[in-house]
Design a protein around this ligand. Structure first.
Ligand code: DGL
Length: 356
């Protein structure tokens, strides 16, 4: 008798608790949407125009209005930071965006940020922010591979998922995230791996972090490299970034581009070498001379995956070169720019490539 009575009491308690939870309105997180342009804000001549459209034509409020479901995902606000096709992104844009993100994240009424962005340089902006955002609050970059006017435009669902991701406590402390196509990628290792298909964003060998499914994130990995509040970089007092350029390696390569970059005042050169960051015999003297004149030389690789081994394809110790670890040339450039705001010491810079 007593057991049955106890069971009834427990059952009533569980039911009442569930009722109470349902009755208590779920407090929505406050998510700021910062718009910068790109295809997600693009428009095409017809509903079947998926290439040859105009990027960066639709404003942030129009993007938000196009997804009324956002109201159930978070309390969203919109801000147009700038409106560009992302192939035209500059260091000045990055500094403006990074400072605005850090300013907003100090506010108690901002729980997370979504940045709508063109996909061409989205991975670069994400990595830059991964190194300079000084908060554990979620920052999610989102784009689209089809313009808003296209059949099966992916922008609205990508934006909806990005807001859900930025609003979710599980996203806190994971570094800057990138979300398109129901996937969650980390800023350090994600890349745009296709010119035009909706599944263009991938983290080929090191793996994406998880999925968006059924209005919530499912995380399976976290990055082992330092980011956001754990980095040593501070852009708050910077008005510019040191000039760093990329020299691309290929058969029959020459030093014309290298010489031009150095003549224009490059403080650092990323060498996107063939294979394991290899340097052509007729290019090595140019790099060696540049190093002797003070430029920082980082050996990266055009290959896309794998570690560029220190002292592998060049005697880095003897030449005083740095290697980029697994960072792509375009991301190695970002880290070197920020490194040069702190030091010219190659041992310190090499440490940074093994830390971030
Ligand atoms: N112009 C490209 C950009 O803004 C369009 C690509 C896109 O956003 O998907 O990055």
């Amino acid at each position: 008798m007593a057991a049955r009575f106890m069971a009834a009491c427990v059952g009533t308690f569980i039911f009442a608790t569930a009722q109470a939870q349902e009755a208590t309105p779920h407090k929505l997180a406050n998510v700021a949407i910062l718009a910068t342009g790109g295809t997600i804000a693009g428009s095409g001549a017809t509903s079947t125009t998926t290439v040859g459209y105009t990027a960066a034509t639709v404003g942030v409020q129009q993007l938000i209005n196009a997804v009324p479901e956002l109201k159930s995902a978070a309390n969203v606000t919109g801000e147009q930071v700038f409106q560009i096709a992302s192939e035209s992104m500059t260091n000045d844009h990055w500094l403006k965006l990074g400072k605005r993100v850090n300013e907003l994240l100090t506010q108690n009424n901002v729980d997370g940020i979504v940045i709508t962005h063109g996909t061409d340089t989205l991975e670069e902006t994400a990595y830059f922010l991964n190194l300079v955002v000084k908060s554990r609050k979620p920052v999610v970059l989102v784009g689209a591979m089809r313009p808003s006017t296209a059949l099966s435009a992916d922008g609205p669902i990508n934006l909806y998922n990005a807001v859900l991701l930025a609003a979710n406590p599980e996203s806190v402390g994971k570094g800057v995230l990138v979300s398109l196509g129901d996937q969650i990628h980390g800023a350090r290792d994600v890349t745009k791996a296709n010119t035009s298909t909706p599944d263009a964003f991938r983290t080929p060998e090191l793996g994406m972090l998880g999925y968006m499914q059924g209005n919530k994130p499912y995380f399976y990995h976290v990055s082992t490299r330092k980011h956001t509040t754990d980095t040593e970089f501070d852009i708050s007092k910077l008005d510019s970034l040191p000039q760093v350029d990329i020299v691309y390696g290929y058969a029959n390569m020459n030093t014309v581009a290298l010489d031009a970059f150095l003549a224009a005042g490059a403080k650092g050169i990323i060498h996107a070498g063939t294979g394991d960051g290899s340097v052509a015999a007729k290019v090595k003297p140019g790099l060696t001379d540049a190093r002797k004149k003070g430029a920082i030389i980082v050996r990266s690789a055009r290959v896309g995956n794998g570690i560029v081994a220190r002292n592998g394809e060049a005697n880095d110790d003897q030449l005083d070169f740095v290697v980029s670890d697994t960072l792509s040339p375009q991301k190695a450039r970002i880290l070197l720019m920020l490194a040069l705001t702190k030091t010219n010491n190659t041992k310190e810079i090499q440490r940074m490539y093994y830390t971030y």
